[in-house]
Design a protein around this ligand. Structure first.
Ligand SMILES: *[C@@H]1O[C@H](CO)[C@@H](O)[C@H](O)[C@H]1NC(C)=O
Ligand SMILES: *[C@@H]1O[C@H](CO)[C@@H](O)[C@H](O)[C@H]1NC(C)=O
Ligand SMILES: *[C@@H]1O[C@H](CO)[C@@H](O)[C@H](O)[C@H]1NC(C)=O
Ligand SMILES: *[C@@H]1O[C@H](CO)[C@@H](O)[C@H](O)[C@H]1NC(C)=O
Ligand SMILES: *[C@@H]1O[C@H](CO)[C@@H](O)[C@H](O)[C@H]1NC(C)=O
Ligand SMILES: *[C@@H]1O[C@H](CO)[C@@H](O)[C@H](O)[C@H]1NC(C)=O
Ligand SMILES: *[C@@H]1O[C@H](CO)[C@@H](O)[C@H](O)[C@H]1NC(C)=O
Length: 427
């Protein structure tokens, strides 16, 4: 079955089961300025979020504390925004958030779990993360930014089976925009994430690190369709035990690019990533005063085999693999390194080289421009040389007057690059 046929089939099954059981309908409107909507939102979800429908009218719903929706055979129509109060000192208190996303002990203020549901924001609603005060606060250096420090993921899907999220907008996430973890058969169709600093004090700086569009973790059969992500970090971060991921029509504006990783951070927990198809990707550099970074098109990163401290901030020594990846129809606009692979994330020069295995990665029909002449930089570990690096129509344009270079280190076999690929030009 093609990925699209699989998606359509599963969508059809959802719609059927929701329509069959659409008994109770709850409708709500925002209470208005100065009032707290959290109680009425929780009450509506509790009343109609299982075998029913919840309809949010337009406007902002003031959410003042962490919230879980357990949706079963239901539909949520979100014509307004869940607006999370910008009180970062409150949210940073350990008990103000959940810790359902295991990797790096990340915090969540809003968790959706359950099965057979649709959340449709109709292009008119979603989440306001009100991240600007967070970004400006961290930019002062008052507190270091650390993984697991309590900055909340804006929208977490955890332990979901057969869930759909449609036409949803997440504005100003303080931290990661989305995470899907421990889930299976999830479709996101139409997602806009926008982490744009508007504090002129920090113009030209990336003060929105960690605003990843999504991190996928321990999840099977997830589809990401029609995404538009403006961020200062990984547009998509494909983390451990993501399998059968399908990605189509994604625009990444600024940030690091599309990441596989980081992987191998946990010494006792293999990260196995398999069967990822991504097509129609655009990686677009933003004006420097808004977001200075546009790292890669697609890149891959594993930790070394040496354990340097412990997660969430340290780690390494983890094993696993990434195999059977296709990235096709990719347009890059002034990226630093269009395709990049390295196995030294978080490591030091004398570490034992990684045993994490990358194999069978394919890149077809790439166009656009790179800011440097190194168009592909594949630096595999001597302990896990990479077989089957496949390129076709990889036609990214280097800066005028330069000759393209391709770096292959510990690559067992490479085909299709338009020039020789070797260790020359590694640095
Ligand atoms: C949200 O609710 C809190 C608690 O009632 C209130 O102090 C705050 O002003 C409200 N925020 C907005 C934007 O209405
Ligand atoms: C968090 O909640 C636990 C359990 O109720 C409690 O023991 C702990 O003191 C709380 N921590 C903070 C920082 O409030
Ligand atoms: C993101 O937000 C910024 C600031 O509000 C805005 O200028 C920009 O147009 C938005 N980007 C997208 C793609 O909506
Ligand atoms: C990934 O799956 C493998 C095989 O089921 C398991 O051994 C490993 O612990 C999983 N890793 C993570 C990060 O959950
Ligand atoms: C490589 O990956 C592609 C795409 O997932 C898959 O169709 C193919 O069977 C894989 N080839 C090998 C040799 O594993
Ligand atoms: C190559 O990718 C571009 C988008 O970057 C797309 O417009 C074009 O149709 C693709 N070509 C083929 C042959 O698929
Ligand atoms: C190594 O690659 C560079 C460009 O990437 C090329 O100029 C050089 O000739 C290659 N060397 C060999 C021995 O193929």
């Amino acid at each position: 079955m093609t990925p699209i046929a699989g998606i359509l089939l599963s969508l059809g099954l959802f719609l059927f089961s929701v329509a069959q059981t659409n008994a109770k309908v709850c409708t709500l409107q925002p209470l208005g300025a100065g009032l707290d909507d959290t109680d009425q939102v929780e009450a509506a979800i509790s009343e109609c979020g299982q075998y029913g429908q919840v309809i949010f009218g337009a406007g902002d719903y003031n959410i003042t504390r962490k919230m879980t929706w357990n949706l079963v055979s239901s539909q949520v129509d979100l014509y307004g925004y869940l607006s999370f109060i910008p009180d970062y000192q409150y949210w940073l208190n350990y008990n103000s958030t959940y810790r359902v996303v295991f990797i790096q002990d990340q915090a969540s203020w809003f968790v959706v779990t359950g099965n057979d549901f649709i959340i449709d924001a109709h292009g008119q609603g979603g989440i306001k993360g009100n991240g600007q005060p967070w970004w400006s606060y961290y930019a002062t250096g008052a507190q270091p930014r650390l993984d697991g420090d309590g900055r909340p993921i804006a929208f977490t899907l955890s332990h979901v089976q057969r869930g759909v999220v449609n036409n949803f907008h997440i504005d100003s996430p303080p931290f990661w925009c989305n995470t899907v973890a421990d889930s299976v058969d999830v479709v996101y169709d139409g997602m806009v994430c926008n982490a744009t600093n508007t504090d002129t004090t920090y113009a030209g700086q990336n003060i929105v690190p960690n605003t990843d569009g999504i991190d996928t973790y321990r999840s099977d059969s997830v589809s990401l369709l029609n995404w538009d992500v403006t961020c200062g970090d990984d547009c998509l971060a494909i983390k451990g035990n993501t399998t059968n991921l399908y990605v189509q029509n994604v625009i990444c504006r600024g940030g690091n690019g599309i990441a596989f990783g980081s992987l191998g951070q946990y010494v006792d927990l293999p990260d196995n990533v398999e069967n990822v198809v991504m097509e129609n990707l655009q990686l677009l550099r933003l004006p420097t005063n808004i977001q200075p970074n546009m790292g890669s098109g697609v890149y891959f990163k594993s930790w070394t085999a040496t354990v340097n401290g412990t997660p969430p901030t340290g780690g390494g020594g983890g094993t696993g693999y990434v195999k059977d990846v296709v990235a096709r129809n990719v347009y890059v606009d002034r990226v630093n390194v269009p395709m990049h692979l390295y196995q030294t994330n978080g490591g030091y020069a004398n570490d034992t080289p990684s045993y994490f295995q990358f194999s069978n990665l394919s890149f077809y029909n790439w166009t656009g421009t790179s800011l440097a002449n190194k168009l592909a930089d594949i630096e595999c570990s001597p302990n896990a040389p990479c077989p089957n690096m496949v390129f076709g129509d990889f036609d990214v344009t280097p800066p005028a007057g330069t000759t393209p270079s391709y770096v292959c280190v510990n690559v067992v076999s490479e085909t299709g690059l338009p020039g020789p690929c070797n260790a020359t030009g590694r640095a």
